[in-house]
Design a protein around this ligand. Structure first.
Ligand code: SAH
Ligand code: SF4
Length: 401
């Protein structure tokens, strides 16, 4: 007979974190503490500056808020970020973090997401996740085989950027790490670009992504340039216009095929929003111009979508759309039926695209050394590892403005 397990005591309710909050969320938090409406605008601006210009991780230094309010904030809230469970640094400076999000309830241990940072001499690109898992089932994508655990909140999306800026010494008064390349110099940001190419379909979590973008691009805070923030979509056509109009973010579109019959198989959302509808939405994308092109992602799948005829068709399809083309070597994962195209095939495909006037359509992979070792991360599943490889290449392939 086995002994009955003792009752599990309920976990003490953790204090919620305000890190990553929008102005409206800060206002609501202050209202909850009894700060009168007339004082809240100023208090919100003060908190905003501490959170996003200074990178504050606690309320203790916020002398301009007054002792009582500081005390009340500290009793009720934290400024905790997701925890870095593991970090890997590549010889080329690429970093990969496994982040554990705060539990959402007593039975939740805290979902994990990965975030990848790719430095270059004059910029640094952070690849963030918008969902844990994905409800779409693109046949070549490992995340697509994972059921959606949940949408990330806008706070959790912004917090990925805060974690990176903390770790990279990107807030005033902190030091750049010395264990790898991080761009430096007067006024140079460690994190200058953000791409939504991690886990999830950002436009299926539209409100959170929009709110996160409003925090990331706010000139009085994190102050990322809108054109340096890129949202990648598999083609959620109805949300594309609102994204451009409401956020001004740059757009990347996962095209991957030039015919509907093939795209229906690779990106099943194509059955609802076929190629013509998708490209019409791209032509109408607010703010798209030759100076501000839409990135088209095209994953190179051996014998599936990599013929010269398809390269020509791709160029023909995109005529008249202000476009950049990124050819992505397929990252295989355990159990996939697809293979990456041969290098010669990728070169021949890329030559056609290049001759049509698109610069550097294929990017050199970075951070291979840490990816080879990424099984050492405490990722729950193989999917996370395959995903991390994919994220890295994707991040290189876009966000290059
Ligand atoms: N859901 C969004 C954004 C996240 S996926 C989207 O689909 O656009 C980011 C990019 O990675 C997409 O272009 C996606 O098609 C690509 N991708 C997914 N799995 C991949 C793999 N195994 N190898 C290479 N690229 C992959
Ligand atoms: Fe989801 Fe994008 Fe993967 Fe498709 S490619 S399953 S939309 S994460």
């Amino acid at each position: 007979m086995t002994a009955a397990s003792p009752a599990i005591p309920a976990a003490p309710a953790a204090k919620p974190s305000l890190a990553g909050s929008t102005r409206a969320e800060l206002d609501a938090a202050l209202a909850g503490l009894g700060v009168p409406a007339g004082a809240r605008k100023m208090r919100t601006e003060q908190l905003w500056g501490w959170l996003y210009r200074r990178g504050a991780t606690g309320f203790g230094d916020m002398l301009n808020l007054g002792r009582d309010l500081r005390g009340a904030l500290g009793e009720t809230f934290t400024l905790d970020r997701p925890q870095i469970v593991a970090e890997q640094v590549s010889a080329d400076g690429t970093r990969k973090w496994l982040l554990r999000l705060a539990p959402t309830g007593p039975l939740d241990k805290g979902a994990e997401v990965e975030c990848v940072y790719i430095p270059e001499s004059d910029r640094g690109t952070l690849c963030v996740s918008s969902q844990v898992g994905c409800t779409l089932n693109c046949s070549f994508c490992h995340t697509g085989t994972q059921k959606l655990v949940r949408n990330l909140t806008s706070r959790e999306i912004v917090a990925q950027v805060l974690v990176a800026r903390d770790r990279l010494g990107d807030f005033p008064g902190s030091e750049r790490p010395t264990d790898g390349l991080v761009p430096s110099g007067e006024g140079v940001r460690a994190v200058s670009n953000v791409v939504f190419m991690g886990m999830g379909e950002p436009l299926y979590n539209y409100d959170s992504v929009r709110d996160a973008l409003s925090v990331l691009t706010d000139g009085d805070g994190l102050a990322l340039s809108r054109r340096r923030v890129t949202v990648s979509t598999s083609g959620v056509v109805p949300a594309m216009g609102p994204l451009g109009a409401e956020t001004g973010a740059s757009l990347a579109v996962s095209l991957h095929a030039t015919r509907d019959a093939l795209r229906d198989q690779l990106v099943p959302l194509n059955r609802r929003h076929p190629i013509k509808e998708l490209l019409d939405a791209c032509r109408a994308y607010p703010g798209a111009s030759n100076a501000r092109r839409i990135t088209f992602e095209y994953v190179m799948l051996k014998g599936v979508n990599d013929s010269i005829a398809e390269a020509r068709e791709l160029v023909r399809l995109l005529a008249g759309v202000p476009a950049k083309i990124n050819l992505i070597p397929f990252n295989p994962w355990p159990g996939t039926a697809y293979e990456c195209s041969d290098w010669e095939t990728i070169e021949a495909f890329s030559d056609v695209v290049f001759r049509a006037g698109y610069a550097s359509p294929v990017r050199t992979p970075r951070g291979r050394d840490i990816l080879a070792a990424c099984g050492q991360l405490k990722s729950e599943t193989e999917k996370m590892r395959a995903r991390a490889r994919m994220m890295l290449e994707e991040s290189l392939a876009a966000g290059q403005d």
